[in-house]
Design a protein around this ligand. Structure first.
Ligand code: WTA
Length: 653
């Protein structure tokens, strides 16, 4: 793919003609069976989108029905306004009146091999207890709670407990640093933090509580910290502020009816990277979000009561929110959860887990698939994967070669693959095959789901033709959509709604082929997708510049076979400082400390100056070209100082 930011033309060079229709057996048993039925659902949704979504929302439990399906005051939407609902009730209590009360809700395996299973009844009890712990510390409706935890059942319990009493949770991925945690806690003004002593990752302990201690020195809003005992390592407990989870759970009873909350009550904030240095707190609310999470879980994963479903995403990302916790539990599904790394103790851990628990649905990221390919088929072949019936991917475009490997080596040619396109902002899956209906093609997420109105447009809002590249936009509000950026309605409007008039701008380039299938071509803004994690280049730049040796920095992505994108940083130094390997290492560590290890530059290049326009804007396009191929092909007429380019090029040789 090439993106030319001047003409805004996007060209695609990928052509793929292999087509994989669902088998008749899969289609016959699926919730949505055959293309004709899917087309009928699309037409129905198209004819009356509000009636379509109202029908889907009605599958949830409402304490009080809504007055209005959609109140659309662009760009602000209210879904099912006037309705009263509770997410925790829908994920738990609703199943207790049926045989599902003794069905496994969460089957968990820790990295060291310890296991736990919680039935719906047991999970409900834990959630009620923890909700009462939150209340004991004066957490009230609308208060924000930060969750910085390992992948243990307690992370789901903490989220569901917040949802139960109407506290808004903000889960911060355990790989973020103390500084990143502090900023996110302060942005949302969290009152309480839930964490653990540590997490297990590749056999070593990730020290979560130590990072929390660091962060909490500068978070005036936090009064309480609840700590799960996971690793048993020595930690500091600050009297009056810090309390052990297991001790607090013994001080409360398990009677905690779910609060009847407004449909638009804020369910969670989840921070994601944008084009400026400051992370965006994406706000999701209750009724609409759950409607879409629940429906897409049922349709896209063809979720059945017999399934053992495993989404490998960390709960710290949106995929974990919607497709580890809320969507599956709302469907009464059995969710497998695993704490650790895919290659611990050996590169067959995932296949061993699938075999051991007879996983039927497996949802992971292309970056993981590429790692499995590199580790080799022999690790897969050691295990019996016959239980699998459906595979999924998310997070970045999957290259057709990786798709074929997934299909053949993991799915043994039997399992449909759902390539699901969506974003933190969309709340739920937007473009995806339905496994019993859509003939799939390696590399494409195929078509929008019923009720989702997607187009590919030019900057000036013209729909592009077949196989012509453009910007992916969403034309109609959808129930799971973000409601705003926490505390910043103006940024919400500017970022997503002012770019192209009248539509939501997703920040991705795409094209549509002759079948109407959507090919996502990656980000077109200053966000890079590293191993399926979105990172804002501006955020990494400001981390670099905060180091005393750095005068200026520009960060770009370089296509990388394994990670999707690698991070390349161009750095100019203060005064007479000179760059060397030692400083490179120090800068990498500095970024890890400021943001987290996931943001460490793969490549740092020192330069006296960075290429700028006459108005002083860094020309990232040129840097992208230099990072990718070492040469600049595009137009350089706006460049202020040509010698800079010359230097960057020679530096590289
Ligand atoms: C990318 C993750 C191609 C895309 C759920 C999007 C994808 C960003 C796909 C959102 C896919 C996600 N094919 N690209 N199936 N899924 N993306 O917010 O660039 O972490 O804008 O949400 O990931 O990343 P986020």
């Amino acid at each position: 793919m090439t993106v030319n930011s001047e003409s805004h033309a996007i060209e695609s060079i990928l052509h793929e003609s292999r087509l994989f229709p669902p088998t008749p057996e899969f289609a016959a048993a699926a919730h949505v069976s055959g293309e004709a039925e899917l087309d009928r659902l699309r037409a129905e949704a198209e004819a009356d989108p509000e009636a379509f979504w109202a029908d889907k929302a009605a599958h949830l439990h409402w304490f009080k029905p809504w007055d209005r399906v959609l109140d659309w005051n662009p760009p602000f939407a209210k879904w099912f306004d006037g309705g009263k609902i509770n997410v925790s009730y829908n994920c738990l209590d609703r199943h207790l009146g049926s045989w599902r009360r003794n069905k496994a809700a969460i089957i968990w395996e820790g990295e060291p091999g310890d296991t736990r299973t919680l039935t719906y009844q047991q999970l409900h009890r834990e959630v009620c207890l923890f909700a009462n712990v939150l209340k004991k510390f004066d957490v009230k409706v609308g208060d924000r709670v930060a969750i910085y935890m390992p992948m243990t059942p307690e992370i789901a319990i903490a989220m569901l407990a917040c949802a139960r009493i109407g506290a808004t949770h903000s889960v911060i991925f355990g790989g973020f640093s103390a500084e990143a945690l502090r900023d996110r806690i302060n942005d949302a003004g969290c009152k309480l933090v839930v964490t653990a002593d540590g997490a297990w990752r590749r056999g070593t302990e990730v020290k979560l509580k130590a990072a929390v201690d660091d962060a909490l020195t500068q978070t005036p809003s936090v009064t309480t910290c609840i700590v799960v005992n996971r690793t048993g390592s020595q930690i500091h407990m600050q009297p009056g502020r810090d309390h052990w989870w297991h001790e607090m759970m013994e001080t409360v009873n398990d009677d905690c009816p779910a609060s009847e909350l407004d449909s638009e009550h804020p369910l969670f904030i989840l921070y994601t990277s944008g084009t400026t240095g400051k992370p965006k707190g994406i706000l999701h609310t209750t009724g609409g979000y759950l409607t879409q999470a629940a429906l897409t879980t049922k349709w896209v994963f063809d979720m059945k009561d017999e399934d053992v479903y495993w989404c490998t995403a960390d709960v710290g990302w949106v995929t974990g929110h919607s497709y580890v916790v809320y969507g599956p539990l709302a469907n009464g599904a059995t969710v497998l959860m695993y704490e650790g790394a895919p290659n611990f103790p050996e590169p067959d851990r995932f296949w061993q887990i699938i075999d051991k628990y007879k996983v039927t649905i497996f949802y992971t990221a292309p970056t993981a698939i590429r790692a499995f390919i590199r580790w080799g088929e022999r690790w897969v072949l050691k295990h019996d994967l016959r239980s699998l019936r459906l595979l999924g991917t998310v997070g970045e475009p999957i290259n057709p070669e990786a798709w074929m490997w997934y299909h053949q080596v993991i799915g043994k040619g039997r399992c449909p693959i759902v390539d699901t396109w969506w974003q933190t902002e969309t709340g739920g899956i937007m473009i995806s095959p339905l496994p019993g209906a859509t003939p799939t093609k390696p590399g494409t997420a195929t078509k929008p789901l019923p009720g989702i109105d997607i187009d590919i447009q030019t900057r000036d809002g013209r729909s592009v033709g077949v196989n012509e590249g453009g910007y992916l936009v969403i034309k109609r509000p959808w129930p799971g959509m973000l409601r705003t950026i926490w505390g910043d309605d103006e940024r919400f409007r500017k970022q997503y709604w002012d770019e192209i008039e009248g539509v939501y701008f997703a920040g991705d380039g795409a094209r549509r082929d002759e079948l109407g299938y959507h090919w996502i071509m990656g980000r077109v803004d200053d966000v890079i997708n590293v191993s399926g994690h979105r990172l804002g280049t501006a955020e990494i730049e400001s981390a670099l510049v905060s180091h005393e040796a750095v005068a200026e920095a520009a960060v770009v992505g370089r296509p990388d076979e394994m990670k999707g994108s690698a991070i390349v940083a161009f750095v100019s130094l203060e005064g007479s400082r000179t760059g060397n390997d030692e400083l490179k290492a120090a800068l990498r560590e500095h970024v890890a400390k400021e943001i987290g290890a996931l943001a460490k530059p793969d490549d740092i290049r020192f330069s006296d100056a960075l290429p700028k326009t006459r108005s002083g804007k860094i020309m990232r396009r040129l840097l992208r070209e230099i990072a990718a191929s070492g040469v600049v092909m595009g137009d350089v007429s706006t460049l202020e100082d040509f010698s800079v380019l010359e230097k960057l090029r020679t530096d590289e040789e």
